[in-house]
Design a protein around this ligand. Structure first.
Ligand code: PMV
Length: 348
């Protein structure tokens, strides 16, 4: 199958990042990206990857330019994970045409905000949009790519990317076999608007990627007990979401994040993503909550930065208090998001 349009057609997509409330950590089958457990995330609004793709006629391979921290577009090496994913998609889907791709993130990469989720999600959506000449989700579905299929393809690039294909709160179920995995929306973004105050305590690239980290999980003595307890945690998180109960949710997500980091630290090799500054912020947040009633809780991904979760209406007030206590922190004020977007246009 080749691109359905004869003239040059360019697709631009925006795919948000997501923050897991119940974490995906460990894989049953790394080849088929089969996670060890179900996970549940909140799709974000501001933190996203914006990616443009067009099919280039004639000879030549794919090119990918990525905006660096200074806002300069840098051509990435052909061995980059993103270009390997494009090559995989082309083979898997039997679609043809070299792609010219440009991408940028609205947040710093490699520091615990899931850049691989939004990045690989956006890349998958942009590439398939360009190859099939689609400029909306309806056109993609008509071309054979509904959200479920897009999410499954993005998952093969980065597991957590599959949860960025819906708005609101999203459940990725592991299923009983690799092909029985599913991704579904539990609630849309209007059900409950929460804020995620992303506190960047370090912009350093993490030394161990999450892909490498997942492979160490099963070596931790805490891993099996964690998996055994997760169905009950998921039940409690879902009940808290249903009731829009921040305190009930908060207790669960803090325990969940700390448990995942305990597995990381007790694995072989031992992984320590948290910095001293991360722990200071957590301690402060807990003190503020216990002694002054600050209505906020934390979660953490595979990185040092702290995601402070609170009611949307409290976000400015809480952000001000965090910045007063930690003036060196860069704070991205985000919230529950409305999901990915795609637009296309003919080039002159
Ligand atoms: O999708 P990956 O391979 O980048 O793994 C994501 C792992 C965590 O961010 C730590 C947890 C999660 O569920 O997003």
């Amino acid at each position: 199958m080749s691109s359905s349009r004869d003239t040059d057609f360019q697709v631009t997509v925006e795919v948000p990042s997501n923050i897991a409330l119940v974490k995906y950590w460990g894989k049953r089958d790394p080849e088929r990206q089969w996670p060890a457990n179900d996970s549940l995330s909140m799709t974000l609004n501001a933190a996203k990857s914006i990616t443009t793709a067009r099919v280039v006629r004639g000879v030549g391979g794919d090119t990918l330019r990525r905006e660096d921290q200074n806002g300069k577009l840098v051509t990435v090496d052909p061995s980059d994970k993103a270009l390997r994913h494009v090559a995989f998609l082309r083979r898997e889907l039997a679609l043809d045409g070299a792609l010219d791709i440009a991408t940028r993130n609205t947040f710093p990469t490699g520091c615990g905000i899931a850049s691989s989720a939004s990045g690989l999600g956006a890349l998958t959506l942009a590439a398939i949009g360009a190859w099939t000449g689609s400029s909306s989700f309806a056109e993609l579905a008509a071309a054979g790519f509904d959200r479920e299929r897009l999410a499954a393809l993005a998952r093969l690039g980065s597991g957590s990317a599959c949860r960025s294909f819906h708005s609101g709160y999203v459940l990725w179920s592991a299923g009983l076999e690799p092909d029985a995995q599913s991704v579904m929306q539990v609630y849309d973004h209007e059900h409950w608007q929460l804020a995620d105050l992303i506190c960047i305590v370090s912009r350093e690239e993490k030394a161990i990627s999450s892909s490498a980290g997942h492979l160490t999980a099963a070596t931790s003595p805490l891993y099996r007990p964690r998996l055994a307890g997760l169905p009950e945690r998921m039940r409690r998180v879902r009940a808290a979401l249903a009731a829009r109960d921040l305190d009930a949710l908060g207790v669960q997500i803090e325990a969940e994040a700390l448990e995942m980091h305990a597995v990381m630290m007790t694995a072989t090799p031992s992984l320590r993503y948290l910095h001293d500054a991360s722990c200071e912020l957590i301690t402060w947040l807990r003190n503020e909550r216990e002694s002054r009633g600050l209505p906020a809780y934390f979660t953490i991904d595979a990185g040092p930065n702290i995601h402070v979760i609170c009611q949307h209406g409290d976000r400015d007030k809480i952000a001000t208090r965090i910045l007063a206590a930690f003036p060196q922190v860069t704070l991205i004020s985000d919230c529950t998001g409305s999901g990915p977007r795609i637009t296309g246009r003919q080039l002159a």
